[in-house]
Design a protein around this ligand. Structure first.
Ligand code: FAD
Length: 429
């Protein structure tokens, strides 16, 4: 199982190549602030940064270390849209809300580029991404989406590539075509997350690591307790991915932790790396349980995929991931895997994001469903707007309906695993 408590034991490529990190102290004693953010991942940091830029005094509490969760372990792919398709959002929220949601997802990508430039975050930010079709019929689906994206959402950065055009950029026989997006891209997620933490600190956010919130009392002025301190805050933002647990059971019932996994190859050298992906784009495929991959700045292949609802890591993770990688790039048969790791995504029943206000003074950001690197940027922005009494954009997310997972805490994983069988079989057909 991906380690949930000990940051030193995340054996990821990102930890091994991160910039030096002095860290932050643990909370000791009692502090007061306007807003307390819980969770030091991209969602919490984005909220904290936006709030401090608006002039609020902000405290951020992180149970482990900054970027310990999904934000420091992910594929680093920064892609417009959400984990569910736009038709799902449109069916739930209507045409105007769907357009606003799409625009916000694109804004999420822009926020990454803007923050990297403004705060000088060294995280290998690179433009270019494609969705590669594993079935001929999927190419038609990509073509339909390109048309809808342009005509309904005004998004004109897609190029539809046939098999031959794709083969000039991606040395894999596996695909029938692709949709290339020149605006989307990829980055080193742990360095980006830590860069955001430094940017937040620079505008006055007080950050505490090793400070798990064990209790949230929500009287007139919310109070949060860690093992060695308390925070009394005017407002609270919960950004805990799948770890909310007993802190707020009515929110955590709507979330299923889904494990997903990555490997990094040995360095391939620039020439061999570019022989795989000539234009250095990130890639994911069109299957439900998808492969996602890209090159690192030091010319490795970073390859992700698989999903597990049991909380257990697949047996022989590196070997299992290597098999998947060789299905895409059989030419890497002689290449060693240097790192293998995993993390958890907070998926919702409909894969739509779940943001809102739980009650007076308590806001939450969850349900990124494996598509959070862009969406966390805008999530932090809209929650900061809502706290500053501009609620219209958070209200758009509030129109999405979310249900508890069936089966309760004990049975929801097997129930979902059963449902997933259908999608896995469909991927094989
Ligand atoms: C292997 C993997 C690959 C992925 N690839 C991509 C990708 O390529 N593109 C993409 O868009 N998305 C991807 N994702 C999803 C993306 O990483 C997440 O959606 C995003 O990082 C969520 O950010 P977050 O801040 O909500 O959660 P996290 O980064 O998990 O942060 C939550 C933090 O809250 C802390 N916390 C929890 N409970 C408490 C508490 N009680 N008190 C204090 N702190 C607490 C945790 O320690 C954690 O650090 C991937 C995820 C994984 C695991």
């Amino acid at each position: 199982m991906p380690n949930r408590t000990n940051p030193a034991s995340v054996p990821s490529y990102y930890s091994a190549t991160a910039h030096p990190w002095e860290g932050f102290p643990a909370l000791e004693g009692d502090v007061l602030c306007d807003v307390c953010v819980v969770g030091g991942g991209l969602a919490g940091l984005s909220a904290a940064l936006n709030l401090a830029e608006k002039g609020y005094s902000v405290v951020l509490l992180e149970a482990a270390v900054i970027g310990f969760g999904a934000s420091g372990r992910n594929g680093g792919e920064v892609i417009s849209g959400y984990s569910c398709d736009m038709a799902t959002l449109r069916a739930q929220a209507g045409d105007d809300a769907a357009r606003a949601l799409w625009d916000m997802s694109v804004e999420g990508v822009e926020i990454v580029g803007e923050r990297v430039a403004r705060h000088g975050i060294a995280c290998d930010w690179t433009r270019g991404y494609c969705t590669a079709a594993t079935r001929p019929g999927h190419v038609r689906g990509l073509e339909d989406w390109q048309r809808t994206a342009a005509s309904v959402y005004g998004y004109r950065h897609y190029q539809l590539w046939g098999r031959e055009r794709l083969a000039t950029q991606l040395a894999s026989e596996r695909y029938h075509g692709a949709l290339f997006d020149s605006e989307a891209g990829h980055l080193h997620p742990l360095n980006y997350t830590r860069g955001l933490a430094r940017a937040a600190q620079a505008v006055g956010v007080r950050i505490f690591e090793h400070s798990r919130v064990g209790q949230l009392m929500t009287q007139a002025r919310p109070q949060l307790s860690t093992s060695r301190g308390t925070v009394r805050a005017g407002e609270v933002v919960l950004a805990c991915n799948c770890d909310l647990g007993e802190l707020v059971p009515q929110l955590s019932r709507r979330i299923m932790p889904a494990g997903t996994y990555m490997v990094a190859t040995q360095p391939l050298g620039e020439e061999r790396a570019r022989s795989l992906i000539a234009n250095n784009m990130a890639v994911s495929d069109t299957r439900f349980v998808l492969d996602y991959y890209r090159l690192s700045a030091d010319h490795r292949l970073l390859f992700g995929g698989k999903v597990s609802y049991s909380g257990h890591e697949p047996r022989n993770l590196a070997a299992a991931m290597r098999r998947d990688m060789l299905r895409v790039f059989p030419q890497l048969a002689d290449v060693a895997i240097d790192y293998a790791w995993g993390g958890f995504c907070d998926i919702t029943m409909n894969r739509a994001p779940d943001f809102g206000r739980l009650q007076d003074h308590v806001y939450y950001l969850q349900g990124f469903s494996g598509h959070g690197v862009n969406v966390t940027g805008v999530a932090g922005k809209v929650v900061a707007e809502a706290i500053a009494a501009e609620t219209s954009r958070l209200d758009v997310f509030g129109r999405l309906r979310h249900r508890d997972f069936p089966g309760g805490r004990r049975l929801r994983a097997p129930v979902l695993a059963l449902g997933m069988l259908y999608y896995r079989l469909r991927d094989l057909l």
